[in-house]
Design a protein around this ligand. Structure first.
Ligand SMILES: Cc1cc2nc3c(=O)[nH]c(=O)nc-3n(C[C@H](O)[C@H](O)[C@H](O)COP(=O)(O)OP(=O)(O)OC[C@H]3O[C@@H](n4cnc5c(N)ncnc54)[C@H](O)[C@@H]3O)c2cc1C
Length: 254
């Protein structure tokens, strides 16, 4: 995919986003910060569509979660490269500051977290991510920290290796903040040196021991590949979590 540099106009409902900054997020992923003139702001958990247009007019559109939230025209994405993918290798390896992309959004009304009203107590929140599925959950964790919300927040995060953790510094600061985020990492291929954690995919038992108990009635946000989300959501139901309290975002794949 190429031709993004030739983009001149925005079509109805779409914004022109200028790439402000790119950086390596993990060995296979990039963080892309966009300046989107006229962006209306977004809630933690929402996503947008990115549309690329080739010189011959061919377009490809993909959805990406937004790691930032609130007002302002700076929008932060993190994209993992899928080998043989059409769009993600371009976004991870080719996009440079100054390039322009088309974006549409913010999208999504159900997979969002809002801080409780002043003086109110929110429900506990359990976040569960596989790989890049942590992106919208990072926006929620940041908003929770910024709101100083005392509601318990926990993250169970499955990644291949320690180097594959997205937003590691942000998660660490949320973990040490005044409204601490409890972070539980599950490594599927390699744990940090010296760690005694078991290496392997999340199992039903591991999930049961890590997540907020169903009796505490948490809202649970699950995000990642479709296979990961469906497996985890099925186990949550078996563990007694109410279907209506489980919010899912499926990225595709198995
Ligand atoms: C609401 C939403 C939010 C998303 N947010 C993010 C995000 O924040 N970061 C991010 O990196 N991706 C995110 N995705 C996934 C993203 O939209 C693309 O699907 C992904 O970048 C692959 O696009 P591609 O064109 O490179 O691959 P394609 O050319 O579309 O697909 C290549 C191959 O990979 C398979 N595949 C597609 N998606 C996945 C997947 N997620 N896991 C495994 N295999 C897959 C396809 O079946 C196909 O075989 C999100 C998806 C949705 C629906």
């Amino acid at each position: 995919m190429s031709g993004v540099h030739e983009l001149q106009t925005t079509r109805t409902g779409w914004y022109v986003a200028e790439v402000a900054e790119t950086r390596r997020e993990t060995p296979t992923a990039a963080r892309i910060s966009l300046d989107v003139a006229g962006w209306p702001g977004n809630l933690p958990g929402q996503h947008l569509d990115v549309r690329l247009t080739a010189p011959d007019g061919y377009t490809a559109t993909r959805s990406y979660s937004i790691a930032s939230s609130g007002d302002g025209e700076r929008v932060v994405l993190a994209v993992d490269r899928l080998p043989d993918g059409e769009v993600s290798p371009f976004l991870v390896d080719e996009v440079r500051p100054g390039d322009r992309l088309e974006v549409h959004g913010p999208l999504g009304a159900f997979f969002v977290w809002r801080p409780p009203a002043a003086g109110a107590t929110g429900r506990p929140v359990q976040l569960i991510a596989g790989g890049s599925g942590v992106v919208p959950l990072v926006a929620m964790a940041r908003a929770h920290a910024e709101a100083g919300d005392p509601t318990p927040f926990k993250l169970l995060y499955s990644v291949r290796t320690p180097e594959d953790v997205f937003f590691a510094a942000e998660l660490e600061s949320a973990r040490r903040g005044p409204a601490p985020l409890e972070v539980d990492l599950v490594y599927t291929r390699r744990a940090p040196a010296g760690s005694t954690s078991t290496v392997g995919r999340i199992t039903r038992d591991r999930l049961a021991s890590a997540v907020i108990d169903a009796e505490a009635a948490p809202t649970v946000y699950v995000c990642g590949s479709t296979g990961f989300v469906e497996r985890v959501a099925g186990w949550l139901i078996e563990l007694g979590h109410r279907q209506t309290a489980i919010r899912t975002e499926r990225y595709g794949g198995t």
